[in-house]
Design a protein around this ligand. Structure first.
Ligand SMILES: C[S@@+](CC[C@H](N)C(=O)[O-])C[C@H]1O[C@@H](n2cnc3c(N)ncnc32)[C@H](O)[C@@H]1O
Length: 346
């Protein structure tokens, strides 16, 4: 596992929450206008707007968990029993996610998340290692209190809970998760709601072929398709489709025409999400009643243009560069109208 503090830059975004920038691939993970606000506006508000009705428990699939804004906001705002499968390639992000200064003021949520995520000795050791890089910016109070707790826990034989912090019950939980697989049943947060987090550290294309669940809400928060089209291909979206219930909602910040085109081709009802009258994302469902702002004529004209040519990855294993090259070749020989020409007549 790489050192997250050396590879990424932690940025204070405009709403005070922490965003990330990847120095190696020169890409941002969160909007500079606010990592927390972005999760609320683009991923959580569309759930409320759709009027979707949940039963006793909500099942969430969080594709590209990162430092967890979408799942954390969902737990905080939906206030229901919730089970989430989180898909991410970078384990270090998942491990620091409970400690990020993220504007979510919910202690019980943070503690439950820690208990759900830190399940073995190796993870706890990593948490302790990271403490060396701790500073006042970017991380919240839990990191320091839990560091002392982790440290004592790790240095003790595992059965001493008289630790210099008041999070003993959580350490107790971590301890049982860590020594006993049979404890893997989730934890309670405020209002007696239960949460359970299943962490999958692997390419989402592989994970999703193995998981045999269906979901109420799917968050798709991959890097932009122009940089990395891997999780925007029609073949990956088809895999997501197989995990959706009749009343599920797929939510993404992306308004890419190729993405919307693939959703239409797969038979979804597709809509837009707005902020201040600006198109800012996409929702899709089998149930048309959950789509409040369906795509309009102009969107469909764009979908019929070259911009609507989908990304393809039939084996679900192609590298990003190959997916991009293949699409460019398809565009070159296409007799569809180009976007530039289309803009002139619209
Ligand atoms: C835009 S960031 C997501 C931000 C995140 N939702 C949050 O709240 O912090 C994209 C994330 O996708 C992860 N990622 C990239 N390719 C992936 C893949 N093939 N499978 C799973 N995760 C991937 C990256 O490591 C990165 O954390």
């Amino acid at each position: 596992m790489g050192n997250v503090f050396e590879e990424k830059e932690f940025i204070k975004t405009s709403d005070g929450s922490t965003g990330l920038y990847n120095k190696e691939v020169k890409d941002i993970y969160h909007s500079k206008t606010g990592a927390y606000s972005e999760a609320l506006e683009k991923f959580i508000n569309p759930i409320f707007l759709s009027g979707i009705n949940f039963g006793d428990e909500v099942r969430i699939l969080d594709i590209c968990y990162g430092i967890g804004y979408n799942t954390k906001c969902a737990i905080d705002k939906l206030n229901v029993n919730l089970e989430a499968d989180i898909l991410e390639t970078d384990k270090s992000l998942v491990l620091i996610s409970p400690f990020i200064k993220d504007n979510i003021d919910n202690d019980s949520l943070k503690l439950s998340l820690i208990s759900e995520i830190y399940k073995n000795e190796e993870d706890i050791k990593y948490g302790i290692e990271l403490y060396k890089y701790f500073n006042e910016f970017g991380y919240d109070k839990f990191f320091s209190s839990l560091y002392s707790a982790f440290y004592s826990f790790y240095n003790n034989t595992g059965n001493t809970f008289a630790l210099p912090c008041n999070n003993n019950s959580i350490l107790h939980n971590i301890y049982y998760n860590y020594i006993s697989d049979s404890m893997n049943k989730g934890v309670e947060i405020n209002n007696n709601k239960k949460i359970k987090i299943n962490t999958h550290i692997q390419d989402a294309r592989i994970t999703l072929q193995k998981i045999n669940n269906s979901y109420d809400i799917i968050f798709l928060d991959a890097f932009s398709s122009k940089k990395d089209p891997t999780l925007w291909t029609i073949h990956f979206l088809n895999l997501i489709k197989q995990k959706m219930k009749p009343n599920s909602l797929l939510i993404s910040y992306s308004k890419s025409t190729a993405f919307r085109s693939a959703l239409i081709e797969l038979g979804f009802n597709v809509g837009k999400t707005f902020l201040n009258n600006t198109d800012m994302g996409t929702v899709a469902s089998f149930n048309k009643h959950l789509i409040i702002n369906p795509l309009d004529d102009i969107d469909f004209k764009l979908i019929d243009s070259r911009s609507g040519i989908t990304y393809k990855d039939p084996s679900l294993s192609l590298p990003p560069t190959q997916i991009l090259l293949n699409r460019n070749s398809e565009i070159d020989i296409s007799d569809r109208i180009s976007r530039t020409k289309l803009s002139k007549i619209l």
